[in-house]
Design a protein around this ligand. Structure first.
Ligand code: ZN
Ligand code: ZN
Length: 483
């Protein structure tokens, strides 16, 4: 495993890179004027090492062999990824300046979004100040960007051969039946993981049988992650990754018991096929393969949803969002409580409602608010609650005092308007403060009181009695405190 993903912060390298290859990982709105550009980067030195070991064509062959049965072939393509010098770099900019950076580095079509960046340790005139992270949970180091240039087409091809999914196998959303064995959905647990997302579908005895994301707070929001949380690992539950954003997968090692650190990597992972991701996500995917896990990539295609019957008779529908960015093209899940009361849950990930239409319903018994409560698009129709004996649940998954100031007031207000009772939480200040009530639960609270509110357990007929489950092999310790 690459040390960038380690939960042992003391293992992180302590170096600032001089020259890197990077792709834009995400652009986050901070306020009307400011954005933070996140870059997914690998040192030029390590990339060149990868190019030296094999030609572009040979890399395609390596990758396809890595996806075959576990064994020697896998290590060929994956051992190199353990050693890569990976960086996450953040640049805080005025919106207009950010456009200039995009033009210089990323929007040159022959560069396929790849850029070369030169960095200084001390500031020179015209340098751009940047925060450099050596690992998911590290503190930021201060660096200075001297230049950003789009890469030449030949180099872009080499970078795509090693650090993209281009030669990886794809699967249709319709052919995943055999990948979802023994899944049951008596309960839905939304874990308190800080600024990120992790959900489990549970059997009646409390075992997790399927994960939808296993992320947590990272980088600038690393301090929002809970310490010492171990998630249920007693059942070989597959993991559906809604999309390739770090806050949705970074818990795979972090929430594993220390005696079995690869227990979540060594699983079946179902994730979107995505050609926009960069070296960090590719290295994480490689760590799934080298841990003996199975990685299934769902292609973007005309067919956006598919239903599967679970072991307990309930129906799970996978919905691939129709948006054109990573969040909007993610995989959401709907569960139908068939044949009992025909109620439904909706697990959105970061996919907003307009990208799930027409595959979702007008109303749900329970749902998670898309993208941690970020601003909603005006075209989004928020589903309304349909209650069983007065019971419905709306879930906000975010970390206290996160840098995005999620959940946003307009998002809370739109959900309140759709009929979800927020009892006193509708904010008239900047962000939702205090502890929520009514139909609504949240994994955190900005102020006042304890910032971590604990995992949320959702049922079908009313609030489950919590905490109700024995720990998983005595190692799992997620307290399902909120019903
Ligand atoms: Zn996301
Ligand atoms: Zn997210």
């Amino acid at each position: 495993m690459n040390l960038h993903f380690s939960k042992e912060i003391s293992l992180y390298r302590n170096d600032l890179p001089h020259k890197i290859y990077a792709r834009i990982d995400r652009i986050d709105d901070i306020d009307e004027e400011t954005v933070i550009i996140g870059l997914d980067a690998v040192s030029v030195k390590s990339a060149e090492q990868a190019f030296k070991t094999a030609s572009n064509t040979e890399w395609s062959i390596r990758w396809s062999e890595a996806f075959k049965a576990p064994g020697e072939h896998r290590s060929l393509a994956t051992e190199l990824f353990n050693e890569l010098q990976l960086y996450h770099i953040e640049i805080r900019q005025h919106r207009k300046e950010a456009e200039l950076i995009k033009e210089r580095g990323a929007f040159n079509s022959t560069s396929l979004g790849w850029m070369t960046i030169d960095m200084n340790r001390s500031e020179k005139p015209n340098d751009i100040s940047a925060s450099v992270f050596n690992g998911l949970f590290s503190n930021a180091m201060q660096g200075y960007i001297a230049s950003i240039q789009a890469v030449e087409p030949g180099l872009a091809e080499s970078l795509m051969a090693v650090f993209s999914m281009r030669s990886w196998p794809k699967t249709s959303i319709q052919s995943l039946n055999s990948e979802l064995p023994n899944v049951e959905a008596s309960y839905w647990a939304a874990y308190d993981v800080g600024q990120g997302s992790a959900n489990g579908l549970l059997k009646s005895n409390g075992q997790v049988t399927l994960f939808h994301d296993i992320g947590c707070g990272v980088y600038r929001n690393a301090s929002t992650r809970p310490p010492n949380l171990v998630l249920c690992n007693s059942h070989e539950a597959p993991i559906i990754l809604s999309h390739w954003d770090t806050d949705h997968w970074a818990g795979a090692r972090y929430f594993a018991p220390s005696s079995r650190p690869n227990t979540f990597l060594h699983r079946t992972w179902i994730a979107p096929y995505d050609l926009t991701i960069g070296p960090k996500h590719i290295a994480f995917a490689a760590s799934i393969l080298s841990a003996g896990g199975k990685l299934i990539l769902v292609q973007t295609e005309a067919i956006k949803s598919q239903s599967y019957t679970l072991t307990d008779g309930r129906i799970l529908k996978l919905i691939r969002g129709s948006g054109d960015d990573r969040n909007g093209a993610g995989i959401a899940i709907e569960i139908l409580n068939f044949p009992e009361n025909w109620q439904r849950w909706l697990l959105t990930g970061d996919v907003s409602y307009e990208h799930l239409t027409p595959h979702i319903c007008e109303s749900y018994l329970a749902m998670s608010v898309p993208h941690h409560g970020s601003r909603l698009d005006p075209s989004a129709n928020v589903p309304f609650p349909v209650r069983t004996q007065g019971y419905a649940r709306l879930i906000y998954s975010f970390g206290a005092d996160n840098s995005f100031r999620h959940p946003k007031p307009d998002c809370v207000i739109e959900h309140e308007r759709a009929g979800w009772a927020h009892t006193g939480w509708v904010p008239h200040s900047e962000i939702a403060k205090g502890i929520v009530g009514g139909d609504v639960t949240a994994t955190a609270c900005h102020h006042p009181g304890p910032s971590h509110l604990g995992a949320i357990l959702v049922g079908w007929n009313g609030p489950p009695i919590t905490p109700r489950f024995p720990s998983c092999n005595t190692q799992c310790n997620a307290s399902l405190m909120q019903g």
